[in-house]
Design a protein around this ligand. Structure first.
Ligand SMILES: Cc1cc2nc3c(=O)[nH]c(=O)nc-3n(C[C@H](O)[C@H](O)[C@H](O)COP(=O)(O)OP(=O)(O)OC[C@H]3O[C@@H](n4cnc5c(N)ncnc54)[C@H](O)[C@@H]3O)c2cc1C
Length: 405
């Protein structure tokens, strides 16, 4: 039977980053994914981009992954937050974040998910065995180790199994870990738009009655839309012909970048919230969307998962240096204490933001507009939110500071 230190079940953006970090720290790692890299990199598979916080960029740089995607990354220089309705001018109260105010060249970067995945694959080192396409079907606890069963019939013996198998994780349930969660009555529609005028690196978060409409600047003068629509209306929008879909986009997008045209496909994602009741069991840990699924309103889901990866690797390497068992529950509990509260705080604040902004109730609208105006007029509050969005809050794992774990 094959033997390694860690098996990571799920080689998505979080699982693979975790694998790279653990392997660079000297641990033997196997990452298993049901999808082949060819499928995961297919342009039709995932049309999303990710807003990578600057702490995440520091981590990807420290791991040697960033150079593989830097050419495809669009810096975000400013973020403008407004409240409004389709076809109507935005409220005069807005919130404006400018990277110059915090003395940084950018507030983060926008990168297409397929380019992030390609960069991660390109950085795979020799001591990481990437097994795909293959699914993890079961985990078998044994004294001092865990046996990971794969759909190929192969078994791997290791000190620790990590589930990074996404929102609908089967392994989480198999190991008896429940979740607290609910569905939002919203769908995230994603598309790429080419526009006449340059975006100059400005990202827009326009709050509409059905939810946030985010316009994220991409390379080649394109922008990515994350259009939160009522779940009941989303299928009709997705089924529109090209001209009608372009017209609906334009109603929400506004005319600040001139004429717009959707390029490429459309994707839709049901939106939901969940938080795992526990992040660890003996010889088992959760990371990324498997541990927490949050609303995309603040573009923080992947950033949160990368923080899990950085904290887990640091915990494991510290234990290994002291000659301790990396799969022991007391080792893993340190990771859980580190990440649980931060995940809960981010999940709760994105949930509250979505509830506050995704409606057209007049008193609430006035209150939140006033809130935007107040935060905008207070420099330290603005700078606090910028640091928060940049992931520079709380006890940062070394990798997020750009240091080796
Ligand atoms: C519309 C939208 C916009 C978003 N925008 C942003 C953003 O701007 N910034 C940001 O930080 N986040 C954003 N997010 C969130 C982000 O996309 C997720 O948090 C992130 O993709 C989670 O990565 P993951 O690796 O944890 O999970 P996943 O991407 O779900 O990967 C899980 C992997 O596990 C594999 N797998 C599943 N089961 C098994 C099994 N049994 N065995 C082996 N492999 C298995 C799957 O094939 C998959 O590759 C957004 C989300 C949405 C819906």
């Amino acid at each position: 039977m094959k033997q390694t230190d860690i098996v990571i079940c799920g080689g998505g953006m979080v699982g693979l980053t975790l694998g790279l970090a653990a392997a660079q720290g000297g641990l033997g790692v196997a990452v298993v994914d049901t999808l082949s890299p060819e499928k995961a990199l297919d342009a039709g598979f995932d049309g999303r981009v990710s807003a990578l916080a600057y702490s995440s960029v520091r981590m990807l740089t420290a791991l040697g992954v960033w150079p593989h995607m830097a050419g495809q990354a669009q810096p975000i220089t400013e973020i403008l937050v407004t409240d409004g309705k389709p076809d109507a001018p935005a409220s005069p109260f807005s919130l404006h974040f400018d990277s110059a105010e915090v003395g940084a060249p950018s507030l983060g970067h926008i990168v297409e998910n397929r380019h992030i995945r390609a960069a991660l694959y390109a950085a795979i080192p020799a001591n990481l065995s990437y097994i795909a396409p293959a699914g993890v079907t079961a985990l078998e606890q044994a004294p001092g180790h865990v046996i990971v069963h794969l759909s190929t019939g192969e078994k791997i013996r290791s000190a620790l199994a990590v589930a990074a198998d996404g929102r609908d994780s089967k392994l989480r349930g198999q190991q008896g870990i429940g979740v607290v969660g609910w569905s939002y009555p919203q769908t995230g529609i994603v598309a790429t738009v080419a526009h006449e005028r340059p975006h100059n690196g400005v990202a827009y978060e326009h709050f509409l009655p059905s939810g946030p409409f985010a316009i994220l600047p991409m390379t080649q003068n394109r922008s990515s839309l994350v259009w939160t629509e009522a779940r009941s209306k989303a299928p009709a929008m997705m089924a529109l012909g090209e001209d009608e879909f372009n017209a609906e986009v334009a109603r929400r997008f506004g005319s600040h970048l001139g004429a717009t045209k959707v390029v490429g496909g459309r994707w839709s994602y049901p939106l939901s919230f969940h938080l795992a009741r526990d992040f660890v069991r003996p010889r088992f840990a959760l990371a990324g969307d498997c541990a927490h699924g949050i609303h995309p309103i603040a573009g923080q889901g992947l950033n949160l998962g990368l923080k899990d990866a950085a904290a887990l690797v640091e915990t494991l390497l510290d234990a290994a240096r002291l000659g301790r068992d990396i799969g022991a529950l007391d080792t893993l509990k340190r990771y859980e204490r580190w990440r649980r509260f931060d995940s809960l705080a981010m999940a709760a604040s994105t949930d509250a933001l979505n509830r506050l902004f995704s409606n057209d109730i007049a008193p609430l609208r006035h209150l939140r507009d006033l809130g935007l105006g107040i935060v905008d007029s207070i420099g330290p509050a603005r700078r606090f939110f910028m640091r928060h969005a940049g992931g520079d809050i709380g006890k940062l794992p070394k990798l997020l500071k750009g240091e080796a774990a």
